[in-house]
Every structure is written in C-alpha cells, then in structure tokens.
Write a protein that binds this ligand. Structure first.
Ligand code: NAD
Length: 248
C-alpha cells in the first residue's frame, strides 16, 4: 500500500487537471452510514421501499419517518472528516479541480471545497411537491410527518430518488469534467449507481489515470481503474497529500 500511496502522489504531482468522484464511503468516517457494504442502510431497509420516487409518492409519511428523518438526525450531528479536508488541501495546492459527489450531505463545501457538483442533490433543502417552495431542512416544521408547506403540499428533500433523472446541467458538466481531467480520484463509491458509475469510464476512455480509494474492490477495479488503494478514504487521502507535499 505504501508503494501505491507514493504512486498516487507522483501521479498527482505530474497532473495538470485533477478531478474527483466521491460517494457515500467518503462520509463513513464522519459517522454517516453508506447505502451498500458493511453497516450500510440497505442491511436494515429495502431501497425500493424507501428510496424510490414511487415509494415516496405512494407513502411519503413512511419514507419521511424511516429514511429522511434518520438521515437528517445523522447529518445534523456529523462533520467533515480528513477525506473531505484532504481534498481541500489538494485544491489549495492547485491539485484539485472539480469534485463530482454523489453525496447529499454537503460536507465537501462545509470543509471548504469550492467547485462541487452535487450529482444527486443536497439534503440541506426541501421543496414542496405542489408549489415548489424551497425551505432549508433545518427550518421545516417536523411536528407533523410528512411535513407540509403553507399551501398544504408535502415537502421532499432536494435529492434525487431512485427512478428520477439527474439534472441535465449536472450530468453534462460532470461528463465534461471527466473527459478533460488527467487524473480522476474515485473515493468511497461502490460504482453501482448509474449514471454516476459511468463517470470513471468516460475519464478512462479520454486517457485519464483513474485511482480508486476504497476498503473493498468495486466493478471498476482491475478494469476501469488503474489501481485501487485499499483503505479508508480519510486515512489514505491524508497520506497521499502528505507525500505530495513532500514531493512538491
Ligand atoms: P454506496 O453506499 O453504494 O457504497 C459505499 C462504498 O463506500 C462501498 O464501496 C464501500 O466499500 C465504501 N466505503 C465504506 N467505508 C469507506 C471508507 N471509510 N472510505 C472509503 N470507502 C468506504 O455509495 P455510493 O456509491 O455513493 O452510491 C449510493 C448512493 O448513496 C449515492 O447516490 C449517495 O447519494 C447516497 N448516499 C449518500 C450519503 C451521504 O450523503 N453521506 C449516505 C448514504 C447514501
């Protein structure tokens, strides 16, 4: 693993245009469980019953009670970890451009990253499904579940549920970022959710070096990614940045 840390630092040192694709695993060290993998939410609940837009429209109270309220409680008390701050350090060194994140916790921006595409939206805002009024999640009155807007409509998080489309501007910009970078860091994603999982393929086909950081192999490992650094995102990223600081 030490060799791979050094290799990643060398690749970053030589790169002119670095981007990152991050997933739920990058926030695990903050205490937010991922969907898949060990300790993931799907061990407890069925995604199709709670995270699909049809499930929400069928029974919003159930989805609010079991998934959204739990996510809110967890995100409210968690904070960014060294994986997020390492990407900020890379940006300050001029070695990180755009971060494409599948996460909805807003931690990249909270840590200080300035160019983040929130591929699956952000949990910080709710939107009324009838009148489109937006309200910060922290200001939503949750004494009634599902929470309702003044118009009587139900609030939903500004996140993409399964079965919904990625906003076209996010998709187009992410594809452009992937096709223009020369190194793509792929951190904490199972690479099972499309179309996000296709971003590394675009980068690879355009000639980028794709570096995975994950405690477990993914479908990208050994085919799309050039190498996998097996470990926790916070620990690995911190070591890569320290090695890069030594090199530059
Ligand atoms: P996923 O849940 O499918 O997979 C998580 C991945 O992270 C796994 O490959 C796992 O091995 C890896 N992992 C676990 N601990 C890690 C660590 N410490 N460091 C690095 N990697 C680690 O996540 P996904 O691929 O992002 O896709 C699922 C969807 O889940 C995304 O759309 C995302 O919006 C949503 N989600 C987001 C959050 C969040 O915002 N924090 C939390 C849960 C789910």
């Amino acid at each position: 693993m030490d060799e791979l840390i050094k290799r990643a630092a060398r690749d970053l040192a030589a790169a002119k245009n670095v981007a990152a694709l991050t997933g739920a695993g990058i926030s695990v060290e903050s205490g937010i469980p991922p969907f898949r993998g060990k300790g993931g939410l799907w061990e407890k609940i069925d995604p199709m019953e709670y995270a699909h837009i049809d499930a929400f429209m069928r029974d919003p109270a159930k989805v609010w009670q079991v998934l959204i309220k739990e996510m809110k409680d967890i995100i409210d008390t968690a904070r960014p970890n060294p994986a997020h701050t390492s990407l900020v350090r890379l940006e300050k060194m001029g070695k990180m451009g755009t971060i494409i994140t599948q996460n909805v916790d807003g931690f990249h921006q909270m840590a200080g990253s300035t160019d983040v595409i929130e591929f699956h939206g952000n949990f910080a805002w709710q939107r009324c499904i009838d009148c489109d009024r937006r309200l910060e999640t922290g200001k939503v009155d949750m004494s009634e579940i599902p929470p309702r807007c003044e118009c009587g409509g139900i609030y939903r998080p500004e996140c993409i549920f399964f079965g919904e489309l990625i906003p076209p501007e996010h998709l187009a910009r992410s594809q452009m970022v992937a096709s223009q970078c020369d190194v793509l860091l792929v951190m904490g994603t199972s690479a099972l959710v499309q179309p996000a999982a296709y971003i590394p393929v675009i980068a690879k086909e355009a000639g980028a070096t794709v570096i995975e950081i994950n405690p477990e192999p993914t479908p990208l490992t050994g085919s799309v990614s050039d190498y996998l650094i097996m470990g926790k995102a916070g620990e690995v990223a911190d070591q890569i940045v320290a090695e890069l600081e030594r090199l530059l």
